[in-house]
Design a protein around this ligand. Structure first.
Ligand code: AMP
Length: 281
């Protein structure tokens, strides 16, 4: 496994892989790797000849009041995990490698970046689309693997690929959970034991909604109120949003037979957790 920090070196390697007629699977991450990331790497390993994992805590997707500086990092452990997953290359740029002091250009989704997580994180997705576009330009992956955990992000990236004619094929993999159902996230590390316990209620409420819809209860307004109440009743938790949206467009209107995404964001103490489930109506 080789590690590169320079975009030019990374591009040279990618170009030589393509010259040999081989395909590249890219897994973009912010590091502090866990089973969720590893499931994406395993998917890339299955579909592509060469696997590249990028590790970069992207500053443009953090607002000034967010956790950029204390975002968990453990590069040594990440590299060991990548190596044991038979990753071929790790792209590990420094901030200066990715953003020149004169950086002026951003990629922005102008529609669905404004809803759900975009409401409380108005500059977040602009940072995500910009860094992912840069990675696509540097690496030119045949396949790029993302997690359904960040369902809105995955859709925004799919739309960016369509709108800006990127060549890569986007794959979205299921949410990996802890035994008690909590979606695995690097940010779970911030939770106190009490918050961690309460956070399991998020998935329980997603499952409750799934059970209700499967039993024919499609009264999403009431379900939303019920779920908000359940979570806000937990001493350390506060709902940021609970939304039922059509799973592809993220629009608020849907008709019978549509797939509906139930997306939830919750503050457990100061830590913002997101999770979601697809409901068949
Ligand atoms: P991050 O390092 O948090 O930016 O995440 C990198 C990629 O891993 C994104 O595509 C996430 O959606 C995905 N991911 C994060 N957590 C999980 C999880 N629990 N299950 C599946 N994919 C995940």
């Amino acid at each position: 496994m080789k590690v590169f920090s320079s975009p030019d070196d990374m591009r040279n390697v990618s170009q030589s892989i393509h010259r040999e007629g081989r395909t590249i699977g890219l897994v973009p991450t912010m590091g502090f790797l866990h089973e969720g990331h590893l499931s994406l790497i395993r998917k890339a390993r299955k579909v592509a000849d060469k696997v590249i994992v990028s590790i970069f805590v992207n500053p443009t997707q953090f607002a000034p009041n967010e956790d950029l500086d204390k975002y968990p990092r453990d590069i040594e452990r990440d590299l060991k995990l990548c190596s044991s997953e038979k990753v071929d290359f790790v792209f590990l740029p420094a901030n200066d490698d990715m953003y020149s002091p004169h950086h002026q250009t951003y990629v922005r989704n102008e529609v669905i970046s404004k809803i759900l997580c975009g409401k409380s994180r108005p500059t977040h997705f602009r940072g995500v689309t910009t860094i992912v576009a840069k990675l696509f330009n540097i690496i030119d992956p045949d396949f790029s693997v993302f997690g359904q955990k960040d369902a809105q992000q995955a859709l925004i990236i799919r739309n960016m690929v369509r709108d800006l004619n990127f060549r890569t094929h986007i794959l979205v993999e299921p949410i990996i959970r802890e035994k008690d159902g909590l979606a695995i996230s690097s940010r779970n590390k911030y939770l106190t034991p009490e918050q961690r316990k309460q956070a399991t209620e998020i998935y329980k409420n997603l499952l409750y909604a799934k059970e209700q819809t499967e039993n024919g209860n499609l009264d999403f307004n009431n379900l939303k109120i019920e779920i908000q109440k359940n979570i806000n009743n937990l001493p350390d938790c506060r709902v940021d949003y609970v939304e039922f949206v059509e799973a592809e467009s993220l629009e608020n209107k849907f008709s019978h037979g549509d797939k509906v995404l139930l997306a939830i964001a919750v503050f457990a103490g100061k830590t913002r957790l997101i999770d979601n489930i697809i409901l068949n109506t």
